[in-house]
Write a protein that binds this ligand. Structure first.
Ligand code: ZN
Length: 489
């Protein structure tokens, strides 16, 4: 198949024809989660965006090496160079080993990604397993005099870098503006400038996660890990580096600076970023009280949610928007996605019932070409989905005898639907069964609790207590209310 894929490169700020450095191989690196809490809606979008790209590359017969890391060290609070390590803090609060926290949340992250039908990356390296590589990176930058040692920590010298190279090529930020916008250093800081970033941090006595280095017992700076791991597994130059838009600055900007000094210019050909998810127009955040974990979404256990939403509903909801558009979460939007997904999956069943005629009007190759064209245009999944919905109208007309299709076109139409819905969009129909089962479960529990209510009305408290206790045993908590009952699993 010829590849006409065009992809938006955040570095050039325009769509570019996708030409891998070493076809048919494609190197793809995506910044993975910092594993100190449950996976949330914000994690789902990059995972699904790059899963779509991964799946489409494979469909185009590229040999993809997809690296998605696990950040388990060096990511400090507020994405800054000071403050507690996010994982170290969680470990301290829960009196656990940091690696217990890492294992626990990595396992949970994997579980949620499996539910969302996100394919596993080829390699999933952990930052803590690549300390030596990060020390080597730091040494190279020090050797070239673009970093300085200060009180056992090593900082990248952004101002010096900017004199030779341009700092801010990815984010479009200008160092002079950063200079005027950053507050004055208080004289206590180890840094020459506020925007210098840590390559290595000396650990304070209470800091748990620490390794020996030529400079101090400490730990690597957050930006060092992705430079070190990306180039270790994908080579000095590789095709795509991706992540959420929130990582573009400073994380990816700093990676570019590190790579330029340590390896050379343009070590990553395409920078690809997915946009953010907002909740009712607001940024999602723990402090804003609108923070939704994936587990909450799948179980419906969050006051923001009117009901539970299946993982495939979430996946479809995310794919219905272009990855570079913002996506606003609301119950209405999710319920619309749920209906849309059901329509799409029902069409697959309808296709199985359609009888071809000797001659037919519908040309499936047109649909197939349009779907490919949508994906080739910077992964335009909403347009792809719109084409599939248009085809559903025809499919329904054929079923009711108002349109016709011959056998050859029916075969191609089925292939097109299966290819795009299951293989490329990565949707699954089994989840629908789970969600149908959930509905049955809801109705059964309501039925049992209505019987209990009747027993209570009849003053048959033995039966009513028995029902409540037995439900509690199997994990259903019943709450009596004035006008009836409420329950949750
Ligand atoms: Zn990263």
């Amino acid at each position: 198949m010829t590849n006409n894929l065009v992809i938006y490169n955040s570095l050039s700020r325009k769509k570019e024809e996708f030409k891998p450095i070493n076809p048919p191989f494609v190197g793809l690196y995506v910044c993975g989660p910092t594993v100190y809490g449950d996976a949330h809606l914000g994690h789902a979008r990059p995972a699904i965006t790059f899963d779509l790209l991964f799946r489409y590359f494979k469909h185009l017969d590229f040999k993809v090496r997809y690296v998605r890391n696990i950040t388990d060290v060096g990511h400090l609070e507020n994405d800054a160079d000071s403050g507690e390590d996010k994982i170290g803090k969680k470990a301290r609060l829960e009196q656990l080993e940091p690696m217990e926290i890492v294992q626990f949340y990595t396992d949970r992250y994997h579980r949620e990604m499996d539910k969302l039908n996100v394919q596993k990356p080829s390699i999933e390296p952990r930052a803590s397993g690549h300390i030596i590589e990060q020390i080597e990176l730091t040494k190279k930058i020090l050797d070239k005099s673009y970093a300085y040692i200060s009180n056992g920590s090593v900082y990248f010298d952004v101002e010096k870098y900017n004199q030779k190279y341009k700092y801010g090529i990815l984010s479009g930020r200008v160092l002079e503006d950063l200079l005027s916008n950053t507050r004055e250093l208080d004289g206590q800081s180890e840094k020459k400038n506020n925007f210098d970033f840590a390559l290595w941090k000396k650990a304070s006595p209470e800091h748990i996660m620490r390794w020996p280095s030529p400079w101090s017992d400490g730990f690597p700076g957050w930006h060092a890990e992705c430079s070190a791991m990306g180039h270790k597994y994908l080579g000095e130059e590789f095709d795509i580096h991706g992540g959420g838009m929130d990582l573009l600055f400073p994380h990816h900007e700093c990676e570019i600076a590190q790579n330029t000094v340590a390896i050379g210019e343009n070590t990553v050909k395409y920078w690809v970023h997915n946009n953010m998810i907002t909740i009712n127009g607001q940024k999602m955040g723990k402090s804003l009280g609108n923070f939704i974990t994936l587990e909450d979404l799948f179980n419906g256990t969050n006051k923001v949610l009117e009901k539970a939403y299946s993982p495939m509903t979430i996946r479809f909801f995310i794919l219905q928007a272009h990855y570079r558009s913002t996506l606003d979460f609301s119950n209405e939007a999710l319920q619309a996605a749920e209906k849309g997904l059901a329509r799409l999956l029902k069409a697959i069943d309808t296709l199985d019932n359609i009888k071809p005629t000797t001659t037919g009007k519908f040309k499936a190759s047109e649909l197939n070409n349009k779907c490919h064209a949508a994906m080739n245009d910077d992964l335009n999944s909403p347009i792809l989905i719109a084409h599939l919905f248009d085809a559903i109208k025809t499919i329904n007309n054929i079923e009711t005898g108002n349109d016709t299709i011959d056998e050859e076109n029916l075969t191609l139409l089925k292939q097109t639907f299966n290819l795009f819905i299951f293989d490329i969009l990565g949707l699954k129909s089994e989840q629908q069964t789970v969600s149908a089962n959930d509905e049955i479960l809801n109705e059964v529990v309501d039925l049992v609790l209505n019987l209990r209510l009747q027993a209570k009305t009849n003053k048959d408290y033995a039966t009513s207590d028995f029902i409540r206790d037995e439900l509690t045993k199997i994990g259903v908590t019943v709450k009596d209310k004035k006008d009836g009952f409420d329950w949750e699993i």
